[in-house]
Design a protein around this ligand. Structure first.
Ligand code: LMR
Length: 306
């Protein structure tokens, strides 16, 4: 075994063990700042039996760091374009994290020219508002487009909204969410994943809770700028990579539960949609065996949200 040949080692490992029953997941861009923590967390996911790690550099090294401990998935590494097809063959779910993070002063749109060239399918890579429609065109050209199966991951906006709502409410009169774990709170966040296109529906928060106009404006602004806050704090050292890895795992878990046939798996995601006049839009979606099986309407909006 050669050290740089971690992919061969792990593929042999895959064949030998066969993998526990479960789904096969591929991460394309597994050696990056989101890819690495994402790979570690996906390896521990009980629904994943085989994990393919693909990247153009360092995939064998990252794979080697994960093959030496047990729970749960068998990990296989794939390096470079010639191994891409093998990395994706027989896979149930492909996760593509962003490749280049933005720097202070950049918008997500500034990543367009950098990441669009390498994005084929993009669940996480920014600008999600553009990379998902581009991926759709690429699939259409290949004759393989299935709008239900192409999902932009925007769950980070929901996670931020749930967190900010709980912490902001500690100083407000909203007793309903006081002391709750953010995971017990649900703020739908619709629209897209950039600036003002990120629209938290605070009027639909569960448990029901009233926010004043000032609180609504503060929270909306904070949620819309959560990513920028991190980019500026990191000062050219990247963006919210660990949070993105976390939501990538949570969203993948929801997709896998849908694929397994679990009932009632509902998440916000950026998907081809007829809910508005826009071809793609973030709304709540029910995930099932064929991907986004039901796209929900926006529900009642208040004047501010409209
Ligand atoms: C985020 O929301 O944190 C990500 O989209 C990364 C970024 O560039 O803001």
């Amino acid at each position: 075994m050669k050290v740089e040949d971690g992919s061969t080692l792990s593929r042999t490992d895959c064949r030998a063990k066969g993998g526990a029953p479960g789904f096969k997941v591929a991460i394309v861009g597994a050696a990056g700042r989101i890819g690495q923590p994402l790979a570690m967390l996906m390896k521990m996911n009980p629904l994943v039996s085989v994990l393919h790690l693909y990247d153009v550099v360092n995939a064998p090294g990252v794979t080697l760091t994960l093959v030496t401990w047990t729970p749960v998935a068998v990990v296989c590494g794939f390096l470079g374009q010639p191994q891409l097809e093998s990395a994706l063959t027989g896979i149930d779910l492909v996760i593509i994290p962003t490749v280049v993070p933005r720097k202070p002063g950049m918008t997500r749109d500034d990543l367009f020219n950098i990441n669009a060239g390498i994005a084929v399918v993009n669940l996480i890579g920014n600008p999600v508002n553009s990379t998902v429609p581009i991926a759709a065109e690429v699939f259409k050209k290949a004759g393989t487009y299935d709008p239900k199966r192409l999902l932009g991951v925007t769950m980070l906006d929901v996670v931020r909204a749930n967190t900010f709502v709980v912490s902001t409410s500690r100083t407000s009169l909203c007793a309903e969410v006081l002391g709750l774990d953010p995971r017990e709170v649900d703020v739908p966040v619709i629209g897209g994943h950039a600036g003002v296109t990120i629209l938290p529906l605070l009027s639909q928060v569960k448990p029901p809770c009233f926010f004043t106009k000032e609180e609504t404006e503060y929270l909306t602004n904070r949620i819309q700028n959560g990513g920028t806050e991190v980019v500026e704090a990191k000062a050219r050292a990247g963006s919210a990579t660990l949070s993105m890895a976390y939501v990538a795992v949570e969203f993948a878990y929801a997709c896998l539960r849908g694929l397994r046939g679990d009932a009632g798996v509902v998440e916000c995601t950026f998907v081809a949609s007829e809910v508005t006049e826009l071809p793609f839009f973030v709304t709540k979606v029910r995930l099932g065996r064929s991907g986004a099986e039901e796209i929900y309407q926006l529900g009642p909006l208040n004047e501010y949200e409209r």
